[in-house]
Design a protein around this ligand. Structure first.
Ligand SMILES: *[C@@H]1O[C@H](CO)[C@@H](O)[C@H](O)[C@H]1NC(C)=O
Ligand SMILES: *[C@@H]1O[C@H](CO)[C@@H](O)[C@H](O)[C@H]1NC(C)=O
Ligand SMILES: *[C@@H]1O[C@H](CO)[C@@H](O)[C@H](O)[C@H]1NC(C)=O
Length: 360
């Protein structure tokens, strides 16, 4: 008899849960049983459960401290997706890990480098007390986008990298559902940290090398957004290659592009649309000037969920033993993205002072 799909719960019932997790889980409903949805309030957990019930008719609606305890005590729930306000996610993830659940936590991994360090030592101390460490994954999805997986291979064909440019002109205006999100407005680094971890993830994946040091200027241009809302940073990679990272949270000219220039060619990844689908156009320019472009629609959220479900099914089957898990969403990877932005924000506060990125 085939193994039953893993049973999971979703902790949180905000915009991203309703607009992404529920529809994406519905598409892969043969791989998962959504057992419960939890929110602090009865109202929002009921709303989300009503949407989920179309695909998962038996989903239970849980709220408040009692609802959370019920999820913790339910040993049939082996994994949880945590998608809460950035300020409280880490504590919730650690609580659930301690209770023996595998956790896929929404990015950012933590709200600062200080919180990253405490989080990692708490997680590692859980491990030393038990031989069955649970998986703590951070959902950033970029490392699972086929565009980045393919571009990484192309970058290995262009020889030594000489220069890298990351240009982000975001479109976080009042039409965006996240614009009024109160926790994002009460976050050190504002939207720069919350959105920026994606772009840093893309950068680190493309170059296959860590960012060693930065020097950045930050400013506050749009008073409708929390500060800072712009950042212009120089950075140097561990391999000596340098580059620029420019990010505006909101502009009238949305553009999102990574460009890696090597001795023997260039690879560019640019956000775009094709045939009504959102995704990335990947362009390879070879040593003789030959150009090849391929469009990859978004599928990172789905790929990442599939990886998580596969990892936790495997772990449940094997019972005990340390779970390796997919490296691309390890907590450490998410933490490294936070470390780069934290260094840039720190440099910005010190008028562009040279700051070394904390090694994690
Ligand atoms: C780069 O190009 C040079 C000649 O143009 C060639 O000799 C060398 O093998 C190439 N290196 C890579 C990594 O493709
Ligand atoms: C917000 O940005 C989007 C994308 O650029 C644009 O279509 C929309 O008109 C903008 N809304 C406002 C209120 O500026
Ligand atoms: C903002 O965050 C701080 C610390 O994270 C918290 O104490 C405070 O209650 C928050 N304020 C709002 C309005 O959310």
């Amino acid at each position: 008899m085939a193994q039953q799909p893993p049973q999971i719960a979703i902790i949180g019932a905000g915009i991203f849960v309703k607009s992404q997790y529920l529809p994406r889980l519905a598409e892969i409903s043969d791989l998962v049983i959504l057992k419960a949805i939890w929110s602090r309030s009865e109202k929002s957990s009921t709303e989300a459960a009503d949407i989920a019930r179309k695909t998962f008719p038996n989903v239970e609606c849980k709220w408040g401290d009692d609802g959370l305890d019920e999820i913790i005590r339910d040993s049939s729930i082996v994994g949880v997706v945590v998608a809460l306000a950035g300020q409280i996610q880490v504590d919730m993830s650690l609580k659930l890990l301690k209770a023996g659940k595998h956790v896929l936590q929404e990015k950012p991994a933590a709200s600062s480098i200080t919180e990253v360090e405490t989080a990692l030592s708490s997680y590692n101390s859980l491990h030393s007390n038990s031989c069955t460490q649970k998986l703590w994954a951070v959902a950033e999805n970029y490392r699972f986008e086929p565009a980045f997986v393919e571009s990484r291979k192309l970058v290995s064909e262009i020889g030594d990298t000489m220069s890298v440019q990351v240009i982000i002109e975001g479109s976080m205006n009042s039409s965006n559902p996240y614009f009024s999100s109160s926790w994002r407005r009460n976050f050190t680094g504002g939207f720069i940290l919350d959105m920026g971890v994606h772009y840093i993830a893309g950068l680190r994946m493309l170059v296959g090398c860590e960012v060693a040091s930065v020097s950045a200027m930050t400013s506050h241009g749009d008073i409708n957004l929390p500060p800072p809302d712009t950042i212009s940073s120089l950075f140097q990679l561990e391999n000596g290659c340098s580059g620029v990272f420019v990010m505006l949270v909101s502009s009238k000219s949305p553009k999102i592009v990574w460009r890696v220039v090597g001795l023997n060619g260039t690879v560019q990844v640019e956000r775009g649309n094709k045939d009504g689908q959102h995704g990335y156009l990947v362009t390879f320019i070879g040593g003789k000037g030959e150009t090849k472009s391929t469009f990859y629609p978004f599928s990172g959220v789905t790929e990442e969920l599939k990886a998580f479900l596969s990892d936790i099914s495997m772990a449940t089957l094997e019972k005990g033993g340390k779970i390796e898990g997919e490296g691309r969403y390890s907590y450490v990877e998410g933490a490294r993205d936070v470390a780069v932005l934290d260094a840039m924000l720190e440099s910005g506060m010190k008028q562009g002072a040279f700051v070394k990125v904390k090694k994690i």
